[in-house]
Design a protein around this ligand. Structure first.
Ligand code: AMP
Length: 386
């Protein structure tokens, strides 16, 4: 077991809010942090010891990041797997490995991996040509969700289609033509009439120990996470089943670090896996305020070879994302929100509050769930852009 002691440097590929929260926890534990992100003054760069400003596919810059770090991790799974491979080829420690990234950043490989494990997933077909689309329409039917194999997140690169015409238009827009490409370019997925969306954070260390956080209930608006509520209001058997799924995925990926599994809960109590994120996740932000050890701290512990610890929930919590809406860049109402000691405000230091951009979040710690949801509603009305 490699131990990376406090005082050493952690490299973070990607400089967004996940990297920022990871950095704040790592710094508290005595680590130094260097990040690489193409945007100067990135949220993570603002709190890290240094930021390399370069594209993720700039080999020289990526190799420099590796050379200055005792371990490299990533906070964004759309960094090219090749960049992680360059670091591995140089003998650098990277957690999670490029092999895991290669699975989770390709929706077709990810779904196939899950199905091969015998886990429930929405019915899906690989699409490499228009003909594949026609076959999927016959075999799976409508409504369906078409998802680009690579590059999609927060609902980007996916479309709900209800008719063959809509499907054709989408495939054409994505450049999928009569002549089949060598690799699937999209997947055709059954639209799932779920009753709830849930997720669970897991953490696995180098020795193979896996710990899981409580099940979270998520609400999305326009495919972007809006609210997370923990503990999820589900039967204990559902939470047990989710835990089994999360453990199976962690074990078979052989991941070192934190990961998140997003799932759909069906009316009959079954769970279908939607997605795996090989990194801390938005639906785990509540752990900073509501758990003894946050997802970010357990990630640092796992990648540095330190003991990972059980994530005890100190209080039920509701997390609400604060998104930009394009109407201004100043967040108004902060003084009102901060008057309530049960509300914890996190802002990511982004200057431009572009529409639907994740700017921050609040975590509300209240024993009674309906009271917490009421407070969340109030906070949402108090905060506005101007
Ligand atoms: P994803 O980018 O795959 O996480 O999808 C973003 C959101 O779109 C999910 O959280 C769901 O709300 C919705 N969604 C994705 N796939 C499906 C599906 N097969 N059936 C129903 N809703 C879906």
């Amino acid at each position: 077991m490699t131990i990376i002691e406090p005082g050493c440097t952690i490299g973070v590929l990607g400089g967004g809010q996940l990297g920022r929260m990871l950095t704040l926890e790592a710094k508290r534990m005595g680590y130094r942090v260097i990040t690489l992100d193409p945007e100067p003054d990135a949220p993570c760069g603002q709190v890290a010891d240094a930021q390399i400003v370069a594209p993720y596919d700039d080999r020289e810059a990526v190799v420099q990041l590796g050379g200055r770090s005792a371990v490299v991790t990533y906070e964004f799974e759309n960094v090219p797997a090749a960049s992680v491979q360059w670091l591995e080829a140089e003998g650098r420690r990277v957690c999670p490995s490029s092999a895991i990234l290669a699975i989770t950043q390709n929706r077709w490989r990810e779904k196939t991996f899950l199905a091969d494990l015998g886990l429930g997933v929405p019915r899906f077909r690989a699409i490499a040509s228009v003909e594949d689309g026609e076959r999927a329409a016959r075999e799976i039917g409508f409504p369906a969700v078409l998802k680009m194999v690579c590059g999609g997140y927060d609902g980007k690169g996916q479309t709900l289609v209800r008719t063959p015409e809509e499907a054709q238009q989408t495939l054409r827009r994505w450049g999928i033509s009569e002549s089949a490409s060598a690799q699937p370019r999209a997947i055709w997925e059954q639209w799932v009439p779920f009753v709830k969306e849930v997720s669970m954070i897991g953490v696995r260390d180098e020795r193979g120990m896996i710990l899981t956080y409580p099940l979270v209930e998520n609400t999305h608006v326009d495919s972007i996470l809006d609210t997370s509520l923990v503990p999820a209001r589900v039967a204990p058997e559902v939470e047990d089943e989710a835990r089994r799924i999360v453990r199976a995925i962690g074990e078979h990926l052989g991941i070192v670090g934190v990961y998140c599994v997003e799932m759909f809960l069906l009316g009959d109590g079954h769970l279908l896996v939607n997605e795996i994120a090989p990194r801390p996740h938005n639906s785990g932000h509540y752990t900073l305020d509501a758990c003894v050890v946050s997802q970010f701290e357990n990630h640092v512990r796992a990648i540095c070879g330190l003991p990972i610890v059980p994530p005890q929930l100190r209080s039920p919590a509701v997390m609400v994302n604060i998104l930009g809406d394009g109407s201004g860049h100043r967040l108004l109402g902060v003084e009102q929100v901060l008057e309530d000691p049960r509300v914890r405000l996190h802002l990511y230091g982004k200057r431009e509050a572009r529409s639907k951009r994740k700017m921050g979040h609040v975590t509300i710690l209240v024993e009674d769930v309906s009271e917490a949801l009421g407070l969340a509603h109030r906070v949402r009305q108090q905060l506005r852009w101007g």
